[in-house]
Design a binder for this molecule. Structure first.
Ligand code: ZN
Length: 492
């Protein structure tokens, strides 16, 4: 990113006429032909820039808490596979507004998920899972805009620069995948929601022009044609030409643009992001991750002080043995009983999605819904740090030996969550860990990120002296869901 700055420094307040002319020529050379011809209409350009500037001032865009490598603001939306910001879900951290959490519960789930073949960021949104009618009823246009601007600023200030750096040339547009799986005719013709969409599109084309490289609308039902006729009318012809509407057969076209390992499995790729709750695209409306309330992150049970001179912390969690169905008493360790109904992962209680799962392209909750065979158990770790530039975590499973229920043999250790750099100083991190169906313990090993890990700036010697407070809780899924009155997670 700094390759162009090798020329003699220009005093921006007093440029020479030659420097001015050179800057304009340089800029023109970099802009595409279409923009050049558009910008040659000076009145139009001036008015556009004025409107854009006024909007930035009025909406206080430069005051937004935009997540960047050199600050500790949380990522505004789920993210996977970037270097400058660790993988994250949207959790109710202190720096996340209540309106953001509220909106996310109506959204169908979305994510910035890795890159396409040319290095553009890929943004996926499950439009078909939106609670579309609730949005105009329970949210204001102001809340929507604020959330949207925060995301757009994150895209242009953090994601584009990283993609540009990796690609070795300027990347300033993204590939968008809108998944319409699950959409109904009522959703497509809901006038208040369509009005909100229209306002949003109008603002976007004015405030964030040319940010879209290509959009794929997948799983589009036949009836989408009617809605598309309306929506098209609100879009610039240049934008329309970059939108590809695809039905159920979309995978091959997506795979031409996005490598299989960067495309989620439910869209035809091979990525599963099993290291993050919710996988590739966490979704509150499909309930594929635990959407915990704010108090779940403000009342953490354990604390540890870490420092650069003592950068490690470990915690062992004894996973309680399976209990017989309906019994409150745990069975003696080492003699696991077959009472699996207490454990989630059983798909018995998720009939809602089985009716339309066959038509949703990729989800299949039905196949395991009638099974009562033992399923995996899950344990949740929640943790946050009050400062720092990232933390590395790994989790090890130590089974008890069958001869002595409390005996742990180190050679039997299994690494169930390999080292991962996460950003618990931005927002609380939740990890979902699948544990074997036998007694044993989980060992969590944290380590402060080394100086060469991540892209956050190095701490100054003074900063490195200040201890980092790590707070965490570990719970079996069943207990966590009961504590916060949540329904069982539907795993894809
Ligand atoms: Zn993924």
């Amino acid at each position: 990113m700094s390759s162009a700055s090798t020329k003699t420094a220009v005093d921006l307040d007093n440029p020479t006429p030659e420097q001015k002319a050179q800057a304009v020529a340089d800029l023109r050379a970099r802009l595409s032909e279409e923009i050049n011809s558009y910008c040659s209409d000076l009145d139009k350009s001036a008015s556009m820039i004025k409107t854009w500037y006024q909007w930035r001032m009025d909406s206080r865009i430069d005051d937004l808490p935009v997540c960047m490598p050199d600050n500790t603001f949380p990522a505004p939306y789920p993210i996977r596979g970037y270097l400058s910001i660790a993988d994250a879900n949207l959790t109710a951290g202190v720096q996340v507004k209540e309106s953001q959490i509220k909106l996310n519960r109506f959204f169908g789930g979305g994510c910035w998920h890795k890159r396409d073949k040319d290095g553009h960021p890929v943004y996926i949104e499950r439009i078909g899972r939106y609670k579309i009618k609730d949005i105009p009823k329970l949210c204001t246009m102001g809340e929507l805009f604020e959330f949207h601007y925060l995301m757009q600023e994150f895209l242009s200030k953090t994601i584009f620069p990283e993609c540009s750096q990796l690609a070795g040339h300027d990347i300033s547009s993204q590939v968008v995948v809108f998944d319409l799986a699950g959409i109904s005719i009522g959703m497509l013709s809901h006038i208040p929601a369509l009005n909100m969409l229209r306002e949003m599109l109008a603002k976007d084309q004015l405030c964030y022009p040319e940010c879209m490289h290509r959009t794929y609308v997948v799983n589009a039902p036949a009836m989408f044609v009617t809605a598309w006729k309306y929506i098209k009318g609100w879009l610039d012809p240049r934008v329309i030409s970059k939108i590809h509407i695809l039905g159920k057969e979309f995978s091959n076209e997506l795979l031409e643009q996005i490598p299989a390992e960067n495309l989620p499995s439910f869209l035809g790729g091979s990525c599963r992001c099993s290291h993050m709750p919710g996988g590739c695209v966490p979704s509150a409306t499909t309930n594929n991750y635990p959407d915990l309330p704010r108090k779940a992150y403000t009342n953490l049970r354990y604390q540890a002080r870490m420092s650069y001179s003592d950068p490690r912390h470990s915690f062992a969690f004894e996973v309680p043995p399976l209990t017989p169905s309906g019994s409150a008493n745990p069975s003696p360790a080492g003699t696991p009983q077959l009472g699996y109904a207490n454990w989630f992962g059983l798909k018995k209680d998720s009939p809602k999605l089985t009716s339309n799962s066959s038509s949703s392209g990729g989800f299949d909750y039905a196949s395991s819904s009638s099974s009562s065979s033992p399923r995996s158990r899950f344990v949740y770790l929640r943790f946050l740090a009050d400062r720092g530039r990232g933390m590395v975590i790994e989790v090890v499973w130590r089974p008890y030996s069958s001869a002595d229920s409390a005996m742990v043999r180190e050679q039997d250790e299994v690494l169930i969550y390999p080292e991962m750099l996460l950003d618990p100083q931005r927002a609380p991190v939740v990890l979902e860990l699948k544990v074997p169906n036998r007694s044993g313990m989980l060992v969590f090993n944290w380590r402060i990120a080394n100086f060469d890990e991540g892209q956050a700036p190095f701490p100054t010697p003074e900063e490195a002296q200040i201890p980092i407070l790590l707070e965490y809780s570990v719970d079996v899924e069943e207990d966590l869901l009961r504590e916060f009155a949540l329904s069982p997670i539907r795993r894809e």
